[in-house]
Design a protein around this ligand. Sequence first.
Ligand code: AKG
Length: 274
Amino acid sequence: MIKASITEDQLKDFQKNGFLTLDKFINLKYLDELKHRIDLLFRGEFETGIEPDEWNWKSGRDPNNVTRQICNGWKSDSLIKQVVCNPIIGQTISKLMNWKGARLIQDNVLWKPPQGKSLAFHQDAAYVDWIIPQTMATCWIPLDKTHKENGTLEFAIESHKWQLCPPSDNFHAPDDYTKELDSYLKMNDKHLQKYAVEVPAGGASFHHGMTWHGSGVNLSSSNRRAIVAHCVPSDAIFHPTNSGGTGKIYRKYKMKDTDKLDDSFFPLLWEDNH
Ligand SMILES: O=C(O)CCC(=O)C(=O)O
């Protein structure tokens, strides 16, 4: 279903820029079925009978001009699970981040319809203060061709070398999606170079958990959908006390008498056993 092998030059690009894009990642024969599965999820039709952990938009209930998001669609749909739990994602992220292995901490199913609003610039690692070590890496897989006009993902080049800022309070549909990034730049005398991910449907991008990223309004007349795997190191554990960011929701999966992230809730994607 997924093929990728990262060259040494691509690894260097990732280390320098804080992200990497690939034109080909997922076998194109799965794209139509994945779009159908996304449609079913947002209708509240869950193949496995299990609700996703977060679900901010429902067909017929919510306004059309927002970006629709489901978190942990893998629990609800077996095809989404085949994508976000794919060992190739774990292996690629481990190589890029120099980890021994990678575990899924959370997935996102994102659907930005025409006129769909922006998502604020943020750093993913800011949302996992409930994990030790507080780090993350993300694989973003667009199911539609992406370009500036359809509100594609944008990165601040080399921003993974900047400090970690607190999570954004206004992630969904902010009036100004670069507001928090702009105030960070101003306060720290940093210069912004933005990169817009323009890849074919079924391509991918990978970003470091410290890399600032966000996306603008979809000004095109077509949908822009993406499936996202957010990963942590395979041996990451629960922080003993912190529960900020997404910990407000996901800390409930901590088991008694252990700090381990259990595979049932945070699937291990890949680990180097040599
Ligand atoms: O697809 C988007 O617009 C945002 C995705 C994102 O924030 C992420 O993949 O971490």
